[in-house]
Design a protein around this ligand. Structure first.
Ligand SMILES: Cc1ncc(COP(=O)(O)O)c(C=O)c1O
Length: 374
């Protein structure tokens, strides 16, 4: 059977391919999900969500959850018309692209950036156009972004905090992107799924920065709910009308069990605030341990990533895939090659610090001779 033409250039992600190399003995520093254990309270909320009432919810999600999502984002969005609960942020991104992107359109995606963005644009028939992030600060190169806008540009994907860089984009940059999009009538999709995982200052959100800004966020990273598939979209009503239709024919509704759990979490504001503080403290300690190990074993001094749980750093090799493959095969340690995130990710590695400190130290110890020998 010949596959649909739109899949011709779509491969299983390099992250999945790398993870497939993992053995039971492998130290896996490729992980893209939190290693925070649910506490007693979170587990008891999950049990309480086991109500047995798991019929379809409204397509947009239960209104009681949408009200809490609206409050979580400052109350600017009407739960009745401007919020859609989705099966994770990934479905949110897919539903938005299906709703607005036509074959022949161009979609601007960050490079280096989360590898789903170009795939989602391609599956909507569009051409993904990478826009560069500046090495080191990983800020958006606004001049280049402006130059890349053409009459065919339909959508700009912005990811802050970023996977893979762990960087936060500043408010000035975000406002400039929103203004550019409004000027050319381009949709901006701000993927803010790491918004709660930050260390010094809260990342600015793009919400409300422009007429064409759509924000996606969710519970996967903030509440160790990656397998429960719970995310959401915030957009003005004129945009949401089509997003609701798109989401309806992709997922019908997000898992009702997950919705009920999310509702309990967001309603327990005191517990939730404490959870987020503890989660950030755990990641901060793991981040610092990783940076210490990279300094001691590899002589690398990195500025601490401001958010998420990734360190993204340059390696002395132009072939990150060969180096990551060698690390997996010869040192039994798994890291993600920068090329997985786009051409400008080449020459870098992404190391996740969503692991306990002993594992991080052992992982870097194993990685060290491979990187030094590159
Ligand atoms: C930047 C980014 N966006 C979206 C997702 C997907 O998250 P979700 O589990 O909410 O679908 C991920 C997961 O790794 C991610 O890194």
């Amino acid at each position: 059977m010949r596959q649909a033409k739109r899949f011709t250039s779509i491969e299983m992600s390099l992250i999945r391919q790398m993870n497939a190399m993992a053995k039971p003995s492998t130290i896996n520093l490729g992980i893209g999900e939190p290693n925070v254990e649910p506490d007693v309270e979170l587990l008891s909320m999950a049990r309480a969500a086991a109500t047995g009432d798991w019929h379809y919810s409204p397509n947009a999600g239960n209104l009681s959850l949408r009200e809490l999502v609206s409050a979580r984002h400052g109350g600017s969005h009407d739960p009745n018309r401007e919020i859609c609960v989705t099966a994770g942020t990934m479905e949110a991104l897919y539903a938005i692209a299906q709703a607005f992107v036509d074959p022949g359109d161009e979609v601007l995606v960050p490079d280096p950036g989360f590898l789903a963005y170009p795939a989602i644009a391609t599956l909507a028939g569009a051409t993904p156009v990478p826009y560069p992030l500046l090495p080191g600060s990983w800020d958006v190169d606004l001049d280049t972004l402006r130059r890349l806008v053409t009459p065919r540009t339909k959508m700009i994907v912005v990811n802050t905090p970023s996977n893979p860089t762990g960087a936060i984009l500043c408010e000035k940059t975000l406002r400039a992107i929103a203004a550019l999009a409004d000027e050319h009538d381009i949709l901006v999709v701000a993927d803010e799924v790491y918004s709660e995982i930050f260390y010094e200052t809260r990342p600015p959100s793009m919400l409300g920065m422009g007429r064409n800004v759509v924000v996606v966020d969710g519970m996967s990273k903030s509440h160790v709910m990656t397998g429960l598939r719970l995310g959401w979209i915030l957009a003005r009503p004129e945009l949401m009308t089509t997003i609701y239709k798109s989401h309806q024919y992709i997922a019908t509704c997000a898992s009702v069990f997950s919705q009920q759990l999310a509702e309990r979490i967001l309603a327990s504001s005191e517990w939730n605030a404490g959870w987020l503080v503890r989660m950030r403290a755990q990641f901060a300690a793991q981040r610092d341990a990783l940076l210490d190990a990279l300094r001691d074993d590899l002589g690398l001094t990195l500025p601490p990533p401001a958010a998420a749980f990734y360190a993204f750093f340059a390696i002395p090799s132009p072939d990150s895939l060969a180096l990551a493959t060698k690390a997996a095969a010869e040192a039994d340690v798994l890291v993600i090659p920068g090329i997985a995130f786009g051409e400008r990710g080449e020459g870098h590695l992404r190391v996740s610090y969503a692991s306990d400190i002993a594992t991080l130290r052992e992982g870097v110890r194993r990685l060290s001779p491979i990187v030094r020998g590159a």
